[in-house]
Ligand binder design. Structure first.
Ligand SMILES: *Cc1c(COP(=O)(O)O)cnc(C)c1O
Length: 376
């Protein structure tokens, strides 16, 4: 395999995880569907034995992610299966989990539900400011999400990770928003870099997957054992689609991040829009830290409209931006986030995911929809 570490992002993603060229073989082999594989004698002699243990389609995808993340990678059935594989086997009664009070809502639900019920002390602290540094004493795992979701606050990863390690904790970073092309948690010292590959990595809004990348091979072995024991396995077809999609991650991000910045600038210039957040805006509170630790600022913008009704009018008036949850796909989408009743946010708060449409078309659509919402 070619050593791609010194090449540009576009080159790296196009070649990530591909096997060496062999005449008559495809660039990316198609998905392998198997429950049992042929395996005679000692099962340890065979690379693939049973479809819950391992699969060559997963191996190629994990190789691609390993190259992009700079560590070993393990794929899971979903982002939440990846979250659970980090947290559930490592937290025992009496252990302390420090997590953001503003992180992805299902992570908080898992922490406050299953983990707290089993005697884990869950400390939820806001991403903004340095609250996490005051909550580290006795922590077993520190969970970080940066930029956080949906409010897009930025955590200082290097400093938080160093202090968490000094306190004896393992550190996991939910890197879903940033992607490994925008931010490298393992290089900044994190033990686990987790992502929902349902978002940018697969990028077409058509499948659910997740992964965890690690620096310590022992952690990779533990994650593999957990996946086998709990059956939190991805389907080979989804994995193959996601691997195929990785090839365009750089060009998708290039267009979508540029769209997000242009949208944030448009929103920031309007009187009927408040609280615009995008870590790539020089006026954003997260900008100084984001410019240090991120090489792209992401595809998600958040902002507030006058209230619930104005927000709903805006979403209904958009022609190109679908009203839908999630982010990171080629199609632009947005939602009134308070409809989930899970975050401490204003009723008119909108989370918008910029896709790969033409910038001018998106800006015109948003401006027209804002005008129409204001006129109602
Ligand atoms: C979507 C998401 C998850 C959960 O991933 P699924 O693939 O939906 O299970 C976790 N963290 C973040 C930041 C997400 O956006």
């Amino acid at each position: 395999m070619t050593d791609l570490r010194r090449r540009g992002d576009g080159t790296r993603v196009v070649h990530a995880g591909l096997p060496d060229a062999v005449d008559g073989q495809p660039f990316l082999p198609g998905p392998t569907f198997a429950a049992p594989f042929h395996a005679s004698g000692d099962p340890l002699d065979s690379p693939y034995v049973y479809g819950r243990y391992d699969n060559p389609t997963w191996s190629a995808y994990e190789q691609a992610l390993a190259e992009l993340e700079g560590g070993r990678a393990v794929a899971f059935a979903s982002g939440m299966a990846a979250v659970a594989a980090i947290l559930l086997p490592r937290l025992r009664p009496g252990d302390v989990l420090v997590a953001p009070s503003d992180c992805y809502m299902s992570v908080r639900t898992l922490a406050r539900g299953h983990l707290a019920e089993r005697g884990v002390e869950v400390r939820l602290v806001p991403t903004a400011g340095d609250a996490v540094l005051g909550a580290l004493e006795g922590a077993r795992i520190v969970w970080i999400e940066s930029p956080s979701n949906p409010r897009l606050d930025v955590a200082d990863l290097e400093r938080t990770i160093d202090r968490a390690h000094a306190a004896g904790a393992l550190v996991a970073v939910d890197n879903t928003l940033a992607t490994p092309l925008g931010q490298q948690p393992l290089a900044l010292g994190a033990d686990f870099s987790m992502a929902s590959d349902s978002k940018h990595v697969s990028g077409h809004g058509d499948l659910i997957l997740g992964h965890v990348a690690v620096r310590d091979p022992a952690h990779a072995d533990e994650l593999l054992a957990w996946r086998i024991e709990t059956g939190a396995i991805p389907g080979p077809f989804e994995i193959w689609l996601a691997h195929r999609s990785i090839a365009t991650l750089d060009v998708r991000l290039e267009r979508a991040c540029a769209n997000a910045l242009a949208i944030a600038e448009l929103l920031g210039a309007r009187d009927d829009v408040t609280a615009v957040r995008y870590p790539g805006l020089p006026s954003d509170p997260g900008y100084p830290v984001a410019t240090r630790q991120m090489s792209r600022f992401g595809t998600v913008v958040s902002f507030e409209l006058a209230g619930e009704q104005t927000a709903n009018e805006f979403l209904a008036a958009c022609e190109l931006i679908a009203e839908a949850t999630s982010f990171g796909g080629v199609h632009s989408s947005a939602e009134r986030r308070a409809r989930w009743k899970a975050d401490d946010i204003a009723p008119g708060f909108i989370r918008l995911s910029a896709g790969c449409e033409n910038t001018d078309d998106l800006l015109a659509d948003i401006a027209a929809a804002l005008d129409r919402a204001a006129a109602v």
